[in-house]
Write a protein that binds this ligand. Structure first.
Ligand code: 4AZ
Length: 230
């Protein structure tokens, strides 16, 4: 998180992190005791057995109160690794997490998109500077604003495609998500409306952060079907 501040997991109890072969790689959000919402690019091409999901921890180094293996990745069938279209995945946990002690909670996927110019909260253990090398030891958070779609399309015009599964948010040049925050939540009015996905650099005035739009029709269908059929 660029331009944010330290927080406690008790302030963002739906936030989890993913390790691959023991190494921190991404964030995620607990939608139910058995399903974590994250980005497809956090798990694409990898094996479930290599992943663990960590809940209830503020600090990366501490032994998280809840650690779970992953039974199955559900990656949106229309995910495109080349342009990050439909960058959404659900991780089905091998064992549900207990919702106890206020440090672990679920969050509802948003049904209608976060309003343009609305204030949203992002959080995670990602780097604090664009060229940062290490993830943040303690979870961090920032309040950013959803950008009008045209403003984001203008920013990336001729350089990247903004599909209907994407929304942008930032305080341009000041607050943004960055490497390691991927997969983590963008929260609007207590619901998860975005998934940290991509952007050119981090915290740059010219290039807002791009998020998978949880309320967009194709993403909503994927999440609903994954939660329902299983
Ligand atoms: C990344 O590399 C990444 N500024 C995540 C978010 C953004 C850029 C890069 C948005 O995971």
């Amino acid at each position: 998180i660029i331009g944010g501040q330290e927080t406690s997991i008790s302030q963002v109890p739906y936030l989890v992190y993913l390790r691959q072969a023991g190494r921190f790689i991404c964030g995620g959000s607990l939608l139910t005791p058995s399903f974590v919402l994250s980005a497809a690019h956090c798990v694409y091409g990898a094996k479930e057995q290599d992943y663990t999901v960590h809940a209830g921890a503020s600090r990366l180094e501490e032994n998280a109160p809840v650690v779970r293996n992953v039974a199955r990745f559900h990656i949106a069938s229309s995910y495109s690794p080349s342009n990050f279209d439909m960058d959404v995945a659900m991780l089905q946990l091998a064992l549900p997490v207990p919702l106890a002690a206020g440090q672990v909670a679920t969050i509802t996927p948003c049904q209608s998109p976060a309003a343009a110019n609305g204030y949203v909260r992002i959080s995670g253990w990602g780097v604090e500077l664009e060229n940062g090398r290490k993830p943040a030891a303690q979870v961090r958070t920032a309040v950013v604003r959803v950008l009008p779609r045209v403003e984001c399309q203008l920013a990336y015009a001729g350089q990247a495609l903004l599909t209907d599964s994407m929304i942008c948010a930032a305080v341009r040049g000041v607050k943004d998500a960055c490497s390691g925050d991927s997969g983590g939540p963008l929260v609007y009015r207590g619901e998860v409306c975005g998934i940290v996905s991509w952007g050119f650099g981090c915290g740059r005035a010219a290039y807002p952060g791009v998020y998978t739009s949880v309320a967009s029709a194709r993403v909503k269908t994927f999440i609903d079907q994954t939660l329902r059929k299983l």
